[in-house]
Ligand binder design. Structure first.
Ligand code: SF4
Length: 345
């Protein structure tokens, strides 16, 4: 069975190996299902500068959240009281102090108690500028005219906000040309990628329409509500301005989460500890499969509420158990190793 989830994994796998479509040799980090509170992108591609990416590795593979970023980006070269060293936050200082302790516990800044009992900190490394561009891809394998119309408002919001540098739609390649109606319904600013399902290689995805580069360093427009355009709808569009600082911080938070999670973290929310769970090797991408359902299950199906869930039999867990766990744990370790291997340095 072909699912949107499987298509999404294939797009991630292709992007990891072959992005950008122009063929430049740009290191990338690929993640899935990331964004803001109001908008989650299917696939996120970070185009990175190689030196910055190598320097980012100093801070470990876990994401730095906004509080930790505040600390590491502003930590001084020489010892200083944290309140003198860090910019005034727009929240209470006690949260900053907690973040200084968290950062020190993670080994990303130095911390000591000064002679007067004050907490002092010192930078270990300069936090690098490592992300050059953020590309958002919406995966719609079956992009017919009505799906394109349903997707259009979301893409228009993405374009107006300009949080990503580019917005794309990836869709399954068919034998015919891309229907002109799709090009009409999808905003002209969004790119279109057509993907040959079930295969691997650089030619598997082709550009059917080039996107316009957005302006993430400038203020954007957050569309809150828009009229549906019906005959009797004369309501006004409601929007607010997203300032450039908010966008810059949000981009960095998204990049940090992408760096930690990659696109193989789906196993964390599925049930690889179920006896029916498999990672089926496919030409295009290894995909979770369920032997009980004899199909590729979705993330939603393969969850705690699945009625067919059965734990791995104890005999599968004998050798390294309980330290190494059974096949489910081994599978998670395999995906984590792949994630590490593919994280460019
Ligand atoms: S039976 Fe349910 S929990 Fe087990 S692998 Fe299949 S979908 Fe996942």
């Amino acid at each position: 069975m072909k699912t949107e989830f499987g298509f999404e994994l294939q797009v991630c796998q292709w992007a990891e190996q072959h992005w950008p479509p122009s063929g430049n040799d740009t290191p990338v980090v690929v993640a899935r299902q990331l964004g803001t509170k109001h908008r989650r992108w299917d696939t996120v591609v970070l185009e990175c500068n190689p030196d910055g990416l190598a320097a980012r590795a100093n801070f470990g593979s876990e994401a730095l959240d906004s509080d930790l970023l505040h600390v590491v980006r502003n930590a001084p070269e020489e010892w200083a009281w944290y309140r003198d060293a860090l910019p005034d936050p727009d929240y209470p200082w006690r949260y900053v102090r907690e973040a200084v302790h968290r950062a020190a516990d993670r080994g990303v800044v130095d911390r000591r108690q000064g002679s007067n009992g004050r907490i002092e900190l010192r930078r270990k490394w300069h936090y690098p500028s490592w992300v050059t561009r953020i590309v958002a891809i919406e995966n719609k394998p079956d992009l017919n005219a009505s799906a394109a119309r349903a997707l259009a408002p979301q893409l228009e919001r993405d374009v107006a906000l300009g949080l990503a540098d580019e917005v794309w739609v990836a869709t399954r390649r068919t034998d015919g040309p891309v229907e002109p109606v799709l090009l009409e319904d999808v905003p002209v600013d969004a790119g279109i990628l057509t993907v040959e399902e079930g295969n691997r290689g650089s030619g598997v995805a082709e550009v059917a329409w080039q996107p316009r580069s957005l302006a993430p360093v400038e203020p954007g427009t957050r569309i809150i509500e828009r009229p549906d355009g019906g005959e009797f709808d004369d309501s006004a569009c409601r929007f607010e301005v997203a300032d450039a600082d908010w966008k810059a911080n949000k981009r960095l938070e998204i990049a940090e989460r992408a760096y930690e999670r990659g696109w193989r973290s789906y196993a964390d929310s599925m049930r690889p500890d179920c006896r029916y769970f498999e990672l089926a090797p496919k030409e295009a991408v290894a995909r979770p499969a369920c032997t009980a359902k004899d199909s590729h299950q979705t993330q939603r199906e393969c969850s705690r509420s699945c009625p067919q869930f059965e734990p791995e039999p104890p005999t599968w867990r004998q050798h390294g158990w309980p330290i190494d766990g059974g096949p489910g744990k081994a599978l998670k370790r395999l995906l984590a190793r792949q994630r590490e291997r593919e994280r460019p340095e």
